[in-house]
Write a protein that binds this ligand. Structure first.
Ligand code: BG6
Length: 487
């Protein structure tokens, strides 16, 4: 592809942090090696670390070797990539220390600049202020904000207001890395390029929807952060809400950023408000105790931390109702958890049963159709249909079979979500990023639940690591006569 237009200065604030080394540098390395970014572009790490450019290049190399899958690091590609790497040491809260950055950036003052803020949000305001003071923000500049974008509506507003003093809304790219996943983008392709689903995608035919994002990992090295946030703020307010929006939204009039985001925000505004008694009956929170995953023992959430108890949920399940014409009476059951039996993210659309069965089927019930969209670890889309058991028998027997959508990758390597998103920012395409009103609408809904939980009306249940969460989560869906796809 031609890369002429993908020429920019990519300024990575917090470029020596964990996310930068694990995800952002590998993504930039691949985008450069695959010629999606012009080789003239500069990747400028801005960090508090005071090291030379040579030391920085060596550090990036070591981290790429550590974090890229075995066969994707190439010395030859790195030799080219390293010419694009620059480093500036800045104390984020000292405005004067940005002068070196200004000198470097002003070598090419006609370039688009992407400022990626992979720092604590506490620094977002001072970084933007410094960029403005040193006249480093042009109308073509963009700023990318990493989560967490607040702990609630108010703190999210505070963060956004600080950035909005210096950047216009259409220059701000709020990342939700789930939107960069291929299968997540495929939800729109599936829904809006197949007429087949058009008449079926509503309460006339769909009984309910399940969204599960189960992780087998624990909170890894982020206990301090996680204990303040918990599953609802860490996963549901953003990733699961975005998935729900993509499933529930009306067809946008185009793929243009605002058309898609207008439709998503309408879904978020249609989420039914939860009274305290709804929160009591329609939400579940849990925390894992020690158990085993893949036959290996794993410690409890609290173990290894100098604390005897914590009220933070590592699992949450919620029945969500979307109050609009399309989804009237169709519950969305969503759940997420750490240290669950296996890593599995899926969306299940459970269709209603046939109005009347003409098949004796030896007393067995006809299973309702299901569309199962698996996001990870293995991406797949399966439509579960009833089919005749082949061969002769006394009566016609039926069985459920999978109609599987199989789209082999055209490339050797499956790109990471961050590659898609970084390329989109460089190309100034904001479709897969969250607009301010979306973020606020999601917080408004989450805040009600968080407030209810803070009043302790929903006791924190425990679940053994390596299971599918507390039994209350099974009851949550069973009370409506339904069951999770894994039961
Ligand atoms: C992050 C959360 O946003 O998403 C983490 O902060 C979580 O707690 C991660 O583990 C999950 O992402 P993925 O892509 O591995 O499903």
């Amino acid at each position: 592809m031609s890369v002429k237009n993908n020429l920019c200065d990519f300024v990575l604030f917090g470029g020596h942090g964990d996310l930068a080394f694990r995800k952002l540098m590998p993504a930039l390395y691949h985008l450069c090696s695959d010629n999606y970014i012009s080789s003239e572009s500069r990747i400028i790490t801005v960090s508090r670390k005071d090291i030379s450019r040579e030391e920085h290049i060596e550090l990036v190399k070591q981290k790429l070797i550590e974090f890229l899958p075995d066969d994707s690091f190439s010395n030859e590609d790195f030799e080219k990539f390293k010419a694009q790497l620059y480093m500036v040491s800045v104390d984020f809260s000292n405005i004067d220390s940005y002068e070196k950055l200004k000198d470097l950036l002003n070598q090419y003052d006609d370039r688009d600049r992407v400022n990626y803020l992979s720092t604590s949000p506490d620094f977002f305001g001072s970084i933007c202020q410094a960029l403005s003071k040193w006249e480093l923000i042009a109308s073509t500049s963009r700023v990318v904000l990493e989560k967490p974008l607040g702990k609630d509506l108010q703190s999210s507003r505070d963060i956004n207001e600080k950035v909005l003093k210096y950047f216009q809304e259409d220059q701000i790219y709020r990342i939700d890395h789930y939107l960069g996943k291929d299968t997540v983008q495929n939800i729109m392709a599936l829904r809006f390029s197949n007429r087949l689903f058009m008449p079926l995608w509503n309460s006339n035919h769909i009984d309910h929807v399940q969204i599960t994002v189960a992780e087998s990992v624990g909170v890894e090295g982020r206990w301090g952060y996680y204990d303040e946030y918990g599953a609802l703020r860490d996963m549901i307010q953003n990733h699961l809400m975005q998935l729900l929006c993509l499933i529930a939204m009306e067809p946008p009039c185009s793929l243009d950023a605002n058309s898609v985001r207008d439709e998503k925000v309408k879904v978020l505004r249609s989420l039914r408000k939860m009274s305290l008694s709804d929160i009591e009956t329609k939400t579940v929170r849990g925390q894992y105790t020690q158990g085993a995953i893949d036959g290996k023992p794993v410690p409890s959430y609290l173990e290894g931390h100098d604390i005897s108890s914590s009220n933070t949920e590592t699992f949450a399940a919620i029945r969500v109702d979307v109050d609009n014409w399309r989804w009237n009476g169709v519950p969305f059951y969503i759940r997420t958890g750490k240290r669950m039996q296996r890593r599995n993210s899926e969306i299940v659309l459970q269709f209603k049963s046939v109005p009347h069965s003409i098949f004796p089927n030896n007393g067995a019930t006809i299973c309702s159709n299901k569309l199962v969209i698996t996001l990870q670890p293995n991406e797949s889309i399966e439509l579960k249909l009833m089919n005749k058991v082949p061969g002769i028998s006394d009566t016609m027997r039926l069985q459920q079979v999978d109609l599987e959508l199989n789209a082999p990758l055209e490339t050797k390597r499956k790109p990471d979500a961050y590659e898609r998103l970084i390329l989109d920012v460089i190309q100034a395409n904001a479709t897969l990023f969250m607009r301010l009103d979306e973020v606020e609408a999601a917080w408004k809904w989450s805040d009600e639940i968080i407030n209810g939980w803070e009043e302790n009306i929903v006791p924190l249940k425990t679940y053994t690591a390596g299971t599918n969460g507390p039994s209350a989560s099974v009851q949550l869906i069973a009370q409506d006569g339904r069951s999770w796809n894994d039961e």
